[in-house]
Design a protein around this ligand. Structure first.
Ligand code: FES
Ligand code: FES
Length: 168
């Protein structure tokens, strides 16, 4: 791929697709996902690391894509809300959020779902405190948080009932 002056070549994998992109050195991962790849499920809230709405997974770890330079994602594997491994349309976590009424305007939801997915992959039976800690830094202006915490508990319970056969 031919680079434009000032741009740098970025190679990364997003949702199991390999990409080569020419990006400005100061561009964030959030900008690359939304503006270059059209993955607008990742939301920009504050843009300064305060709200968690821009969360994506780098490997298994949640990261704030608004604070991550795209060039720091060279050769990394990124997963966004569009790339979750769904069975029958929704993951267990997404379905639990829906069932519990943990989604209102939905703006915080992709970040919450990805943070919850990462939490349950590491800790399938988190305590209430661990759930709160796992979602700290994720702001929601609508739900009052209780429905979200209940959704995480429901997802964990369903996951443990069904063993590891289903995707989180
Ligand atoms: S948009 Fe990244 S933390 Fe708010
Ligand atoms: S559902 Fe609206 S910000 Fe969380």
């Amino acid at each position: 791929m031919k680079k434009r002056p000032g741009k740098q070549l970025l190679e990364l994998t997003v949702n199991d697709e390999f990409y080569e992109l020419a990006v400005e050195p100061q561009e964030t991962l959030l900008e690359v996902l939304r503006n270059h790849l059209g993955l607008t499920g990742t939301k920009e809230g504050c843009g300064t690391g305060e709200c968690g709405t821009c969360t994506v997974l780098m490997g298994d770890e949640p990261i704030l894509s608004c604070l991550t330079l795209a060039m720091d994602c060279r050769q990394k594997e990124i997963r966004t809300i569009e790339g979750l491994d769904r069975e029958n349309g929704l993951t267990v976590v997404q379905d639990a959020f829906l069932q519990q009424g943990a989604v209102q305007c939905g703006f915080c939801t992709p970040g919450m779902i990805l943070a919850t997915t990462a939490l349950l992959e590491k800790n399938p039976n988190p305590s209430q405190e661990e759930i709160k800690k796992g979602l700290e830094g994720h702001l929601c202006r609508c739900t009052g948080y209780n429905k979200i915490f209940e959704a995480v508990e429901q997802a964990a319970a369903r996951k443990s009932r069904h063993g590891d056969s289903g995707s989180v």
